[in-house]
Design a protein around this ligand. Structure first.
Ligand code: KMH
Ligand code: ZN
Length: 274
């Protein structure tokens, strides 16, 4: 099986001043997406910023973003419905009405402490987001920040049935307050997934490499990018997102599971051909 590599290029937490190569404008995001596609990414997990570089879920900007990414890349576009810890539930739900529709959207499966903040995801919001994605034909990527989130993902599937596309989740590990980024925790999470579920993993910060290697060793897939890690090695800032994707692609190839193209990934994820 080939490897799905997802790039998470921006996130909502890092300031441009602290990482000058963070893509925050639309032009920067498109050019990042293009270079990451060349390097081996098939999907892009998108957070956007406003003119001041602050995270936003402005739907007009999100529409322009989806349009530009579709026009300039073949990547599968996944909009974040997690946003930043300060976004309202209404704004997060409104992401589902962005046109053109993204092929995928993230869906965090539970509340979690997030550093000094709380990333709030009560059951009612999760269920509404999930059903909204089902109605609109948007493939959710279940974001699992804690082991208990696996139970909520199972509850969604039991209660509301299958999602559009494949049942695919992402273990986001090592957020302060979430599950630790260890191989034993990943193994426990994978063992709790419904059979047939595919998964990727991302270790935050210094846990990036261990989790990438653990994922490759266990038939999992990879998410990486400047949302999750800002150093390429201890004390050395990443050059850009493409450098992180190049590293992931080369490890995947070494593991004899080379990167999927976006075309491969659409077939594998049961997404309609674009
Ligand atoms: N920025 C985090 C609070 C997602 O994109 O769905 C939430 C997050 C998850 O990044
Ligand atoms: Zn995100």
């Amino acid at each position: 099986m080939k490897t799905l590599i997802t790039v998470a290029p921006t996130g909502a937490e890092t300031a441009k001043d602290d990482a000058p190569n963070l893509p925050v404008t639309l032009d920067e995001l498109v050019s990042t997406a293009q270079s990451c596609e060349v390097a081996g990414a098939a999907m892009i997990h998108v957070h956007i910023r406003d003119d001041g570089g602050q995270p936003t879920l402005d739907t007009a900007r999100l529409s322009d973003t989806v349009t530009a990414l579709r026009e300039n890349t073949s990547l599968i576009v996944q909009l974040s419905t997690g946003g930043s810890v300060t976004d309202s539930f209404a704004d997060r739900l409104a992401v589902l009405d962005v046109e053109p529709r993204p092929e995928s959207a993230s869906l965090t499966c539970g509340t979690v402490n997030f550093g000094d903040a709380v990333f709030a995801n009560p059951w009612g919001l999760i269920a509404e987001l999930y059903q909204g994605m089902q109605e609109r034909g948007i493939m959710p990527e279940f974001e699992l920040f804690d082991i208990g989130h696996v139970a909520t993902m199972n509850r969604l599937l039991d209660r509301f049935g299958a999602p559009p596309g494949r049942v695919h989740c992402d273990f986001v590990m090592g957020v302060p307050g979430g599950m630790p980024a260890t191989t034993s925790t990943l193994a426990a999470g994978v063992a709790a997934l419904p059979s047939g579920t595919s998964w990727s993993a991302t270790g935050v910060g210094r846990r990036t490499m261990p989790m990438m290697l653990a994922a490759l060793s266990a038939d999992g897939h990879i998410r990486t990018g400047m949302e999750d890690v800002l150093s390429i090695e201890k004390g050395v800032p990443v050059r850009d997102n493409a450098q992180l994707i190049e590293r992931a692609a080369s490890l995947a190839s070494l593991a004899q599971r080379p990167p999927m193209t976006s075309g491969d990934a659409r077939v594998w994820l049961n997404l309609d051909e674009r």
